[in-house]
Ligand binder design. Structure first.
Ligand SMILES: [Zn+2]
Length: 498
């Protein structure tokens, strides 16, 4: 278990509130700008200096980096600088090296020179998240008070208030101290890297956004917290919630693999469902493959996996997904259809399966396309229905799965909510990889708290057959420490910080 897995487990309740998206995330380059130069901690964080550090050994900046890496789902390359005197060189370095995110859990006295640098960075497309750091009755500190930064307050402190505050996030995250002990980090110094990591995620999705776009997004999508909290930073539907809208990415296909425009009527009249015939490939992986290779006239408009969808070919273009020399279907062709590829997996017997999360995302995406193009249920076809090809194989082998899918396309919202209550997961791999759900159930299987049917005695691919509600209850009990004795007995980390 890696250090960050431990920190993620210890901060599971905080992470759950953020409703983070899953999937593959690009390498994030970020700067920790602190009062002193932060230090490297073996196996946790290492910093590259932007300007030669003067005073090292600042644990505070190191904890900021730990919080960011606990939250950001990909790797982070950390850069650091200290104080305010080298701000111009630091901004130069960031612009030259494409570093668009700075965490500033620190403050200093305002100057015209500093303000000009902050403005320059914001106008270039960089975002500096700054700790408000003010006590009751005081103004928000600089540079948080600058219009060229994103000012962060902490839910745990009522006094970090002021009109310059852009967003509020949870403080008291568990970090690992350099002496190897775990303890909590608090104040706006801690809530700021929480927001920095979330901004890194937003930048991965929306690289074209500037500071004000990100602030608008946070303003709209952060939810009001309960009682003592003014606001808790939270992503809305569409950012990784499997049962709601699909998280959409775009990675355009190499133009060799599809044709611009649509011949004939130019209209979208059918939606054709495929599977990718891979074991565990992702929508991002497929998107990258079709973007980087000459695939010999094969392509699809969309790829969907358990946590997101990648748009590969624009809807107004012809993807080569269901062409053939002879057809079963009289009208459906590449030129009048949208092709959706579901990412498949293989079960223990080597048979292809489409997991519930992927099916659910495909239902949502198909429903949306039906609405957009005014299509009825009869316009939704399997590749098999168009050409006779065994695709998607699990839904050709077992037509009832296809019938179930089509039934879900016409369910009303209320019915589909009821349906979600009934969701069951046959195996560990079927549990959504969101909010740490699957990881936690895996931990409980490793600890022997959950036993499968024994069909995979050496691994965790047994049939466990848990309902969604059961999974949720187990997660909450786990987080409360209910299984800690069993975990410790197996040499695993307890959920609750002792
Ligand atoms: Zn197909």
């Amino acid at each position: 278990m890696g250090e960050y897995d431990t920190l993620r487990t210890k901060n599971a309740d905080k992470l759950a509130k953020l409703n983070l998206p899953g999937g593959d995330f690009p390498l994030l380059k970020a700067v920790v700008w602190d009062a002193k130069y932060p230090r490297n901690i073996d196996g946790l964080v290492s910093f590259t200096p932007i300007v030669a550090p003067t005073v090292i050994d600042d644990a505070h900046g190191t904890y900021c980096a730990e919080v960011m890496q606990t939250i950001y789902p990909g790797e982070i390359e950390f850069y650091a600088f200290a104080g305010s005197s080298k701000l111009e060189q630091a901004i130069d370095f960031c612009i030259e090296n494409g570093i668009r995110l700075i965490n500033a859990s620190m403050h200093f006295i305002k100057s015209d020179v500093a303000e000009a640098q902050l403005k320059r960075y914001a106008e270039w497309g960089g975002i500096i998240c700054c700790a408000a750091g003010n006590n009751e009755g005081q103004a928000v500190n600089y540079p948080a008070s600058s219009p060229y930064t994103l000012a962060v307050s902490a839910t745990n402190y009522e006094d970090n208030d002021g009109e310059e505050i852009d967003v509020t996030a949870d403080s008291y995250w568990v970090v690992k101290y350099s002496n190897g002990m775990y303890d909590s980090f608090n104040g706006t110094s801690c809530s700021t890297p929480v927001v920095s990591a979330c901004v890194g995620i937003i930048q991965a999705f929306r690289p074209e956004w500037y500071l004000n776009d990100v602030i608008d997004f946070l303003d709209t999508n952060s939810v009001d917290g309960e009682e003592e909290y003014e606001r808790i930073f939270s992503f809305p539907d569409g950012f990784g919630k499997v049962e709601d809208e699909v998280n959409i990415k775009q990675r355009l296909c190499d133009p060799r693999n599809y044709r611009k425009g649509r011949r004939g009527s130019g209209k979208v009249e059918y939606i054709v469902i495929h599977y990718d015939g891979n074991d565990g490939a992702t929508d991002e992986g497929n998107g990258n493959y079709f973007a980087n290779n000459d695939t010999g006239d094969t392509s699809a408009h969309r790829f969907i996996d358990e946590d997101s969808m990648t748009i590969s070919v624009p809807d107004d273009c012809c993807a080569f997904h269901c062409g053939a020399t002879t057809y079963k279907h009289p009208y459906c062709r590449n030129d009048n259809s949208i092709g959706i590829e579901m990412c498949s997996d293989k079960d223990a017997n080597g048979n292809y399966i489409i997991t519930e999360a992927t099916v659910s995302n495909t239902v949502e995406a198909t429903k949306e396309l039906m609405g957009e193009y005014g299509l009825g249920l009869d316009a939704v076809l399997r590749h098999f229905d168009v050409t006779g090809k065994n695709c998607p194989a699990p839904w050709v082998t077992n037509k009832s799965l296809w019938d179930d899918f089509k039934a879900r396309l016409v369910e009303t919202e209320i019915e589909s909510e009821d349906d979600e209550e009934m969701v069951r997961y046959a195996k560990l791999a079927d549990i959504p990889d969101q909010w740490g759900f699957r990881d936690t159930i895996e931990i409980l299987m490793n600890a022997g708290v959950i036993n499968g049917d024994g069909s995979d005695a050496s691994g965790n691919d047994d049939v466990i057959d848990l309902s969604h509600d059961q999974v949720r209850s187990l997660i909450f009990e786990y987080r409360g420490g209910a299984f800690d004795r069993a975990l410790i007995a197996k040499g695993l980390d307890p959920a609750v910080n002792e």
